[in-house]
Design a protein around this ligand. Structure first.
Ligand code: NAD
Length: 521
């Protein structure tokens, strides 16, 4: 962390539930970004030279410290985002601890060198292996909605893979990010290996220009496009984890009560501010009345209020702009004929940034609420008649992050899952797989590209280097100079026989191969 000077500009962190200032953090300049990347680069070589066991020890010490301080950190997350402490624990601290445990222990195995079967080239005394080398310095740019879990998961993956990390957190949640840095520093991570650069979009833009070895960006589609464009100038590779408009399909054979509870949690947890929140619900016509009735009943009993209150289910929205977007989407839907069955406005009895958990019907795909990411506690419900119609509706979106299918018939659920265009499709589940350290996370279409988490995510953070060895260095390859009519006849033979992969076929070329070897002697 660059030492803040007295005159350094600051960003202010507020509690969105009360409007109170919680603290301030430096607004890092591009010169500070450059210096942090340089520090990270010089610290990385020694770190990459350590064994997995040595890196694991640091990560596990940080994990112990997180566990020890989990109550205090959950309070801070709750204050900085407005979410209930229960959600800070269940949706941030638990998955972070799990990811720390998993990658600390599994990274070595996941990145073990791999021998590749190269078919008949192997018979020619050749062999191929892939070794996984750290990329160097990873730039992480993260949003405010899961200010611990999202960056910490990637910090751990990047460190275990032997990289240094420069993290630029959201300007709305700088204090949690500083906490992540502090935990690793207390765990003994050497200086420079985890640089936390608090700041706004300008700090993020400076990081993209700082020629790190990869940018892992999580945030909105609009910013993601700007990041990809800026990164392209230096060919800095980018992983983009962007927004979603995630559909939930409830089939007539679903467990209606559980599907309703899943829909309510999936739409309103984190005040609907999860990239994988249920943003659109499609229910089969024959069970629609019963399902909607259950959804309303489950919604009406939710308690909304300050995140620090242990009995609260739905907390504040994290910022004013997000609250306005939600209001705009709901108002547009109302004007176009949507029916509000619950909520439908900012919460009047609470003074912070609260929007009532809202359920709408009579919605259709011309409405913004069914097309753009709302990112708020809103559940629009539409009906369908056939499976084919449900799939068509689910796929009618510019996004493709997650989706879910609800049915008691698991085979049917799996078959439908394969027809939905999204990075993750859950059967009888919503939202939570971001918290599974072993599984890949990422989207298609405007939800981004590349993956984070799991082995696929870990592979984004390494250079998969192919090492090829010829153990018979005394013979020139058949295809080397000099060319001749006899050589050309052999190449025709290779085209016809060697490329079939059949040893039998290739052996028919042996006389020609021997002639070719002697031809050039
Ligand atoms: P955002 O795009 O406004 O900001 C994300 C980060 O980018 C912040 O740290 C911000 O300071 C930084 N930034 C802003 N301008 C930048 C620039 N020009 N160059 C580099 N960095 C810049 O997003 P947000 O409002 O913080 O987060 C909400 C969005 O994130 C939603 O769309 C949500 O769906 C998405 N999200 C996606 C995932 C996922 O895994 N796919 C997870 C969480 C959130």
């Amino acid at each position: 962390m660059p030492a803040p000077t007295g005159r350094q500009p600051k960003i202010v962190s507020y509690d969105p539930g009360t409007g109170e200032e919680i603290g301030r953090a430096p607004l890092c300049s591009s010169a500070e970004v450059k210096a942090a990347v340089e520090r990270a680069r010089s610290a990385q070589t020694a770190w990459a030279g350590l064994s997995f066991r040595e890196r694991r020890e640091v990560v596990l010490r940080a994990r112990e410290l997180l566990l020890d301080d989990s109550d205090e950190i959950a309070q801070l997350i709750s204050r900085e985002t407005g979410k209930p402490v229960a959600e800070a624990l269940a949706m941030e601290i638990v998955p972070t601890l799990d990811a720390m445990h998993y990658f600390a222990h599994a990274a070595e195995n996941l990145l073990r060198p791999q021998k590749i079967d190269i078919g008949q080239y192997g018979l020619m005394g050749r062999s191929s292996r892939i070794i996984f080398k750290p990329l160097g310095v990873i730039g992480l740019i993260s949003p405010w909605n899961f200010p611990l879990a999202t960056p910490a998961h990637e910090v751990v993956m990047a460190l275990m893979a032997g990289n240094a990390v420069v993290l630029k957190p959201s300007e709305l949640t700088p204090l949690i990010a500083l906490k992540i840095g502090e935990l690793f520093a207390r765990a003994g991570l050497a200086g420079g290996l985890l640089e936390i650069l608090t700041g706004d979009g300008s700090t993020g833009a400076a990081l993209v220009e700082a020629r790190v070895d990869k940018i892992m960006f999580t945030g909105s589609v609009a910013t993601g496009k700007r990041v990809a464009e800026a990164a392209a100038k230096s060919l800095t590779p980018v992983v983009l984890e962007l927004g979603g408009k995630d559909p939930m399909i409830v089939l007539e054979d679903a467990d209606i009560n559980n599907a309703a509870r899943g829909a309510v949690w999936g739409a309103f947890a984190n005040s609907g501010q999860a990239c994988a929140s249920v943003e659109r619900c499609y229910v089969q016509e024959s069970i629609a009345d019963k399902f909607i009735e259950r959804v309303i009943a489950e919604t009406k009993v939710l308690k909304q209020g300050q995140g620090s209150d242990g009995a609260v289910d739905v907390g504040a929205m994290s910022n004013q702009r997000q609250l306005e977007i939600v209001s705009e989407h709901v108002d547009d839907a109302k004007q176009r004929g949507a029916k509000i069955l619950a909520g439908g406005q900012p919460a009047q009895s609470l003074s912070g940034l609260f929007y009532e958990p809202t359920v709408l019907t009579n919605v259709d795909h011309r409405m913004t609420i069914m097309r753009d990411e709302t990112f708020g506690p809103v559940l629009p419900v539409m009906t369908f008649k056939t499976e084919a119609e449900a799939i068509e509706l689910a796929n009618d979106s510019s996004y493709g992050l997650t989706a879910s299918v609800w049915t008691r018939d698991i085979a049917r659920g799996k078959r439908m899952a394969e027809l939905i265009n999204a990075g993750t499709v859950m059967v009888n589940e919503v939202v939570y797989t971001h918290g599974i350290a072993q599984t890949p996370w990422g989207g298609i279409k405007e939800s981004g590209y590349g993956r984070t988490h799991g082995r696929m995510g870990l592979l984004e953070l390494v250079n998969a280097q192919h090492v090829h060895v010829n153990r018979a260095p005394f013979f020139p390859d058949l295809w080397w100079f000099r060319y001749s009519p006899q050589g050309a006849r052999l190449f025709h033979g290779l085209a016809r026989r060697f490329t079939t992969g059949s040893l039998m076929q290739t052996s028919l070329l042996l006389p020609q191969i021997i002639r070719r070897l002697f031809e050039r002697h």
